[in-house]
Ligand binder design. Structure first.
Ligand code: PMP
Length: 313
């Protein structure tokens, strides 16, 4: 896949072009995975006279990156600087300096250890940058296949999965590579005790007996913002939602629908797990997806605070 990165980035309060936004090869975030990042989608609306950018659940994304930054043990000086307001301001600034972009894109804010000494520590300097990449739909909307990964999700006491901590993504990339090598689209990750956790970088849902079920926050998942939104929309639609542990056999043999969620992946149906084909019309998933579209288009006023519109003339 060829990626088109947005021309401008923000690095530590400075506007830097993407090609010049580089870090040292001795950088701690790079060496030890001591970084935390976020991922937000931006829709570009252009009706000829007026152009604007729509950000989905900006405050939730800002909160998550702020909470993850605390996992990097920010010292007092850093804590004073890297507030929620700071992250939000920089993300909005990033959109503003890329206002020439015409295609929907994905923003990646990252806070990282910026020390270069040879010892691993978290007492080093922290830096913050924001870059972006153009992004349309990249998963097959007809449905994807999942293999059951031989890699298990790490426990909270190993590397917490609640924040998007860079080092934790080894498990995700290794699981995905294994899945691809076996001819599947993505990996289904299990917890240490064999319960369903999530996809390599997507949350998972199943419909069982007409109810929407998803693993608990304590099942090694990232507390996904799309997951949270799907749960809230489902409740709004009068669907019963249950957060609980899920067994693999339920997902494979007893579910009426299985689908995955993520900012980049959106809502993606799952049509196969290992050798089992899942037969479904994805009625509930599509119902939620349609409501989500209404929220984007402003047709559903109840969720209008989920959208931040950055206007340009
Ligand atoms: N799980 C993992 C491990 C992820 O990295 C992501 C985001 N790519 C998700 C789930 C989905 O989270 P969100 O809906 O907030 O994008």
């Amino acid at each position: 896949m060829k990626f088109k990165f947005l021309p401008n980035t923000i690095v530590n309060d400075k506007l830097v072009s993407f090609v010049d936004a580089n870090i040292s090869i001795a950088n701690h975030g790079f060496q030890y995975g001591t970084a935390a990042w976020g991922g937000l989608r931006v829709r570009v609306l252009n009706d000829g006279d007026k152009k604007s950018f729509q950000l989905f659940r900006l405050d939730e994304h800002v909160k998550r990156i702020y909470e993850a930054s605390k996992m990097l043990f920010l010292n007092e000086v850093d804590s004073e600087k890297f507030t929620e307001e700071y992250f939000k301001k920089k993300i909005l600034e990033f959109v503003n300096v890329n206002k020439e972009v015409e295609t929907d894109f994905y923003i990646r804010p990252i806070i990282y250890s910026d020390g270069i000494g040879p010892m691993p520590d978290l007492d080093d300097e922290k830096s913050f940058c924001v870059y972006g990449v153009e992004l349309g739909d990249y998963l097959d909307s007809k449905g994807i296949s999942l293999s059951v990964s031989s890699f298990r999700r790490q426990e909270d006491v190993m590397i917490p999965t609640r924040g998007k901590i860079s080092g934790a993504y080894y498990t995700a990339v290794a699981a995905k590579a294994e899945a691809k090598a076996r001819g599947f689209d993505d990996a289904l990750m299990l917890t240490q005790n064999g319960k369903v956790s999530e996809g390599s970088a997507m949350n998972i849902f199943m419909v069982r007996d007409g109810k929407l079920v998803t693993p608990l926050g304590t099942d090694g998942i990232l507390e996904g913002i799309t997951r949270k939104s799907v749960l809230e929309i489902a409740k709004y639609l009068g669907i019963e939602v249950i957060e609980r542990q899920i067994d693999l056999s339920e997902l494979m043999y007893k579910s009426e629908e299985v689908f995955l969620t993520g900012t980049a992946a959106r809502l993606t149906p799952c049509v196969k797990i290992e050798h089992i084909n899942l037969q479904s019309d994805f009625k509930m998933m599509n119902q939620i997806k349609q409501e989500l579209e209404k929220i984007y288009s402003g047709e559903n006023e109840n969720f209008k605070n989920w959208i931040t519109e950055v206007g340009m003339i």
